[in-house]
Design a protein around this ligand. Sequence first.
Ligand code: BJW
Length: 260
Amino acid sequence: MEHTEPDLSHYFEVARSVKHCAVLTGAGVSAESGMPTFRGEGGLWKEFRPEELATPEAFARNPELVWEWYDYRRGILEGIEPNEGHRALAAAEKVFDIFTLITQNVDGLHQSAGSSDVIELHGNIRRDRCNICDACRGEGEGRQCRCGGPYRPDVVWFGESLPQDAIARGFEAAGSSDLFFSIGTSTQVYPAEQLPFVAQDAGAFVVEVNPEPTPLTPLATLSLRGPSGYWMPRLIDPLLDAAQDTALDAAPDTACEDLV
Ligand code: BJW
């Protein structure tokens, strides 16, 4: 089958002129690092049942089983590194006047790649917190809080509210962005799945990157089929060169003798 590269000229024209770029990422961004996604081929939910593992009821019923599942996933995380997709998104901070990175991922790989301000909608699997008093702690101090409550992974399970500040910042960024990327998410889990549509309604240029179509595909301004590790450097690197040129142009002239 003949493969034609999509025309990205309109995207670059827009991307070079926008002020605020916001990004929503999902599990697909970490797939090329070796972190399994939830849904789709090879997804975790093919093997495990969400209602037995990722709900407050499951934790109340069988905390040992839930911990086993999170320890297993923390084990996967120990051996993996950010990929080209994460790195391109870290570099994107230098391109736009305002850049907001919103993630549904709990793996911390955006931060490992160098992203400085990541809005985590679903928490972080590397942290624990008390299920009763919410006190946070580092790992490896046993599984009971001083208040007597059980520690749990600091993630958001089905039926739980998302962190108030994170979701408020996410919606605010989506509604005020001129360019919005939705990358590696099945666009199925409420309320995060609404963000690309909020951006679209507010007039943003919406780019989707995913090997598979999603509910966003028919509405996105540009939908690119393929892995984020392939597409994100192609979408960001050319803008980075231009941003560096602009920074050099703006730098004050320094006489050679000032440098010695
Ligand atoms: C690539 C790629 C590559 C592959 N490059 N791409 C009925 C009953 C109870 C609740 C509900 C209900 N109906 C609706 C709800 C609300 C519920 C919900 O939305 N459920 C739906 C599943 C129907 N949401 C909630 O409960 C949320 N809270 C809430 O709404 O509170 C109010 C409320 C309460 C009760 C009722 C109603 C309202 C909380 C959601 C918490 C989600 N938590 C999880 C687990 C986190 C902890 C953990 O990691 O263990 O978050 S679930 C899981 O899904 C995880 C993810 O962040 C989230 C989103 O998944 P994501 O990132 O999109 O991944 P995938 O796997 O779905 O997709 C990967 C994509 O990547 C695919 O498209 C691939 O093609 C692509 N891909 N390789 C780019 N290389």
